[in-house]
Design a protein around this ligand. Sequence first.
Ligand code: PXG
Length: 305
Amino acid sequence: MSVQSSSARASESSATPRESKAFKVWISGRLYEKEDAKISVYDHGLLYGDGVFEGLRSYGGKVFRLEQHLTRLWNSAKAILLEIPLSREQVARAINETLAANGLQDGYIRLIVTRGSGSLGLDPNRTSNPQVIIITDYIAVYPEELYRQGLEIVTAGTMRNHPAALNPRIKSLNYLNNILAKIECLQAGCMEALMLNHKGEVSECTADNIFLVRDGVLLTPPVDAGVLEGITRDAVIELARKSGLEVREQTLTRHDVYIADECFLTGTAVEVIAVVKVDSRRIGPGTPGPITCDLKERFHKLTRS
Ligand code: PXG
């Protein structure tokens, strides 16, 4: 597939900090070498995107907000009537075991639960053995210089999933909605896309939540705008309030984005990154703003504390 502009492709490849080594993968109770880490092609996770996942990070060997990620995973599973075949404690232990086996202190963790393998046909009742998979690796979504300069994003024509169709609060294995928006921004030469909901309001980006700063107040769309309840979003709201900043979860439109003094994105993979251009319009002076930089620093301290 070739949907990236050459500039996006160049920056993405330079985002990989280290050669991905052959990390062991944990599948339903056992560690496998990467090349032997396999599940059935009849698993409905593959056939229908029927399953749930979490993306977590560890800093200095400690998983950031593990309990919150497990709660979100269990809630996603509950929403699709998928019973996770392990307890929270067992999953937490398996994550730590996988990190230790791979000698990872600062790493990315992909935790997946599939519906399990079954017959062809949608019926989840005709499946068995949901698979729990833990991949640990490095992740660097953007090159370092973009963290200093800020990102340029564009609004995608693809709207965010309607909450009454597939609620964005469910972190399911079906990410095609987000991938379609990602393809659009890559084709436009950007690395991230702003997604609007069915009412035309700002929701989130393809894998990150969005924040604006206007007149010294931090603004972000409410969860009922059709967004994932981001764990980084939560942490940043807490940090901002602790620092004395007023935070409002309110409906936002593209107009609000265009007139914002500052804009930034949050997510486990990207952490906190400034946005300096939206739809070719400069946000504020076109450089990362002071409140963004301050919150980025506070988040950095929190994760490394
Ligand atoms: N919105 C969406 C749609 C996401 O997928 C976020 C917001 C931010 O949530 P957290 O809890 O991470 O602050 C996400 C998270 C990846 C990857 O591999 C994607 C996410 C997280 C980690 C890794 O691209 N998405």
